[in-house]
Write a protein that binds this ligand. Structure first.
Ligand code: GCV
Length: 736
């Protein structure tokens, strides 16, 4: 991106050559230029830089001369310098002089550790140790008796992250002169997983098509690739898996690898490494072999050669993400081999180049009648300690599939000798697509803070995945991206907060979701507390709202077939039992819920004994997981004194009421934002309210056929009958 001066000088030259009359025409033309020549609303994400009045900048340094010492020796440092100037120029409306060597007039230094003078290096030695490879220090220091603002880091990527942090602090109107920030990421891999297909459709994508224009790559570089990289770098994301886990082997052919290499070139200066999904049957599909058996010599050689070719084209290639023997994807079990055989064979191929394999644990069998919630644990935990060092196992946050609420996956904490990567879904497959406002960091926080009891108290999921509990070598988090070609990237403007929040938690899984909401709102909309406070509350309640109007009290997977859009609790005719919602809720005349205690599937036994004990008794099971673990009678009395049926119905109603409140809050926020920003979210909240009622009505009418009880006072009566809700069909629902 160019500096303003790059445009000003050529323009001045042209203006000089114009006659006075032409100059008048030019002025009139410029005056009537439509204002929408500006960046469209939402495109800038949290990276818009509104002008700040110089006198309100909370820094003496920046109010005076702005000469910056910034030696940019590498592409990443050049990116950092460009970003710093871009932000400063836009916010302060002053062009800062940037110098390659220090000068008495400097008010700011942005330099890597190795370029600092001996004295500063010695003084900051402890800080440099704490921040690690990718962290940064932002600090006011004295140089020759003069105070300057220093951004420094061990390596260039830390400088880039430090620059983004500094610009963010400026935008958040923080006092900048007495900063003392010493920060580094807690996880190594902070990854986006794109479920993008080569034809540009996106599995479970609700924000348009895939950003990757495979047809025009490698020659044509869409400027959005750069903006995508900027956005990710600004929140510390350092890895991107470009393709769907339901993989296409073609991406491993030379023609596609050239395109992948072009994307890797764009992302490299932003510190982002590229990964690909590897289809296990690729040696057969594109390699001409008649087997993909991981123990076959030809297959082993084929993958080794493939790795060599990839690294010749993309020297910093990250590695492979693999979905194997799951939902029809091929894998080692097709040849009577195990997940360990498959993963380690690929790990061996990538190992000479420093690449890694991320092997997914999202498996459940088409033939095994065991509770689906138990299968991944049963299959993977016995392999603990058997994977190579460069093989990581990626586990979804819950044991079923990205539901509005699930207990944490029992594998977290149960495999001390394996690096487990947390997989969250940012795209809202089961949470209202991109029409519903659901602030997902609330969900992520709940999972990360969950106590596993695997190494005594305070053995949270966060501690498992950041490696601090079991000293794992490589750590990571993956988020299934919600990004597409929509002008605002994510479809719903508030879905940007989920991308942002995911990145922040991948950087530091101990951050609070409230703090993230505050940060995001300020960076995206306004610092005005009259706007912030109520809207923050709206975001905070949005996750509980969706749980209430879709799957309260531990219910799960009630979504309609295939696309998962809208309710379908009655569906019971799909070929695999565990694809049917009836498998999960088990409603009958007696009651509702899945018995996962020893009298049922005994999935509770996969948790630590402290938790299993809690979950085995309905009285001690947290209410939000009640029907996840128990099949209870309709008149079972809950702690609130009400019977189960009434509580269930009132929860559905509460979800609807919560969305009404969200809409009310948004209407009050109108005066603090632009009309376009206001209207966009208002229309979406109206859809959400309509659909929340749809969920409530459809589910209650259906469950009522079993409970045979009246709706309690306070629950609105459905406007239609059950047959109507069952008749709704959505053949073109997106993302399917
Ligand atoms: C990519 C669920 C989704 C699938 C997805 C799968 C997975 O089943 O519905 O679309 O496939 O999870 O995570 O592999």
């Amino acid at each position: 991106m160019n500096s303003k001066l790059d445009y000003v000088f050529p323009c001045l030259k042209i203006i000089n050559c114009l006659s006075p009359l032409k100059l008048v025409y030019l002025i009139i033309f410029l005056a009537i230029l439509p204002t929408n020549a500006q960046t469209p609303v939402g495109y800038n994400l949290w990276l818009g830089y509104p002008q700040i009045k110089k006198q309100t900048v909370r820094s003496e340094y920046l109010r005076t001369t702005n000469s910056i010492f910034f030696r940019a020796k590498t592409p990443v440092l050049q990116t950092a310098r460009k970003e710093l100037l871009r932000g400063l120029e836009a916010m302060l409306d002053t062009v800062s002089g940037v110098l390659d060597s220090p000068n008495a007039m400097n008010t700011m230094w942005v330099v890597e550790k190795n370029d600092l003078n001996q004295e500063l290096r010695r003084k900051l030695i402890g800080d440099f140790e704490r921040i690690g490879k990718e962290g940064f220090i932002i600090k006011s220091v004295l140089v020759n008796g003069k105070g300057i603002l220093l951004i420094t880091a061990n390596e260039d990527l830390g400088i880039l992250y430090g620059v983004f942090k500094f610009l963010q602090l400026m935008k958040l109107q923080k006092k900048l002169d007495e900063l003392n920030i010493i920060e580094g990421p807690k996880l190594d891999l902070r990854m986006l997983n794109h479920w993008d297909n080569l034809d540009r459709t996106v599995e479970r994508g609700y924000a348009g098509f895939s950003l990757w224009n495979w047809q025009k790559l490698p020659e044509y570089i869409d400027p959005r690739y750069i903006d995508y990289a900027r956005a990710n770098a600004s929140i510390g994301i350092n890895a991107t898996v470009l393709t769907n886990v339901n993989a296409n082997a073609l991406v491993l052919t030379r023609a596609y690898l050239e395109k992948v290499a072009a994307l890797a070139d764009v992302f490299r200066p932003y510190g982002i490494k590229v990964y690909l999904t590897a289809r296990f049957s690729a040696p057969v599909e594109i390699g001409g072999l008649n087997t993909a058996d991981p123990l076959n010599e030809d297959v082993i050689e084929w993958w080794k050669d493939k790795a060599k070719v990839i690294y010749q084209m993309i020297p910093d290639f990250g590695g492979f993400l693999v979905k194997a023997n799951s939902e029809g994807q091929p894998g080692p079990q097709n040849y009577g081999r195990t997940h360990v055989d498959g993963a380690n064979m690929l790990g061996t191929a990538l190992q000479p180049f420093g690449g890694i394999v991320i092997w997914r644990a999202f498996v459940y069998s088409a033939t095994d009648a065991t509770d689906r919630a138990k299968q991944a644990f049963a299959e993977f935990v016995p392999y603990d300690g058997k994977f190579l060092d460069n093989v990581l196992v990626q586990v979804k946050n819950g044991p079923i599939d990205f539901q509005p609420r699930e207990p944490f996956h029992p594998m977290f904490g149960a495999m001390p000798n394996t690096s487990l990567v947390m997989e969250f879904q940012i795209t809202q497959e089961y949470l209202g697509f991109s029409s519903h406002l659901v602030f997902l960091p609330k969900l992520y926080e709940e999972v990360l803070d969950a106590e596993t009891y695997r190494k005594g108290n305070n053995s949270t999921v966060a501690k498992v995945i950041d490696g601090s509990l079991f000293n794992n070598k490589i750590t990571g988090m993956a988020g299934v991206a919600n990004i597409g070609t929509d002008i605002n990237w994510t479809g719903h403007p508030f879905a940007q907060a989920n991308w942002y929040g995911y990145g922040r938690l991948a950087w530091n899984p101990y951050l609070s979701s409230d703090m993230i909401a505050d940060e995001w709102l300020r960076l995206t909309y306004s610092n005005d507390s009259r706007f912030l406070d109520p809207v923050k509350e709206m975001m905070a309640s949005s996750r509980e709202a969706v749980v209430n109007y879709m799957t309260p009290l531990g219910l799960h997977h009630l979504m309609a077939t295939g696309h998962h859009y809208g309710p379908g609790p009655w569906v019971n005719d799909l070929s695999r039992p565990e694809w049917n919602p009836t498998y999960y809720h088990k409603a009958d005349k007696f009651g509702i819920g899945f018995d996962r205690t020893p009298s049922g599937s005994n999935a509770s036994s996969q948790y630590a004994p402290e938790l299993a004990k809690l979950f085995n008794n309905p009285d001690s099971t947290p209410e939000e997981y009640l029907l996840w673990f128990h099949h209870l009678p309709w008149d079972y009395r809950l702690k609130n004194g009400e019977i189960l049926w009434d509580t269930l119905a009132l929860n559905y109603q509460k979800g609807v009421d919560q969305v009404k409140e969200m809409l009310g809050i948004w209407k009050q926020a109108k005066m603090y934002i632009s009309e376009e920003q206001y209207n966009e979210v208002k229309m979406l909240l109206e859809i959400q309210l309509k659909e929340a009622k749809w969920w409530r009505n459809a589910c209650l009418l259906y469950f009522q056929t079993f409970s045979e009880r009246k709706l309690p006072t306070g629950v609105e009566l459905p406007g239609e009958n059950l047959e109507y809700y069952k008749s709704l069909k959505f053949p073109y629902a997106p993302g399917n």
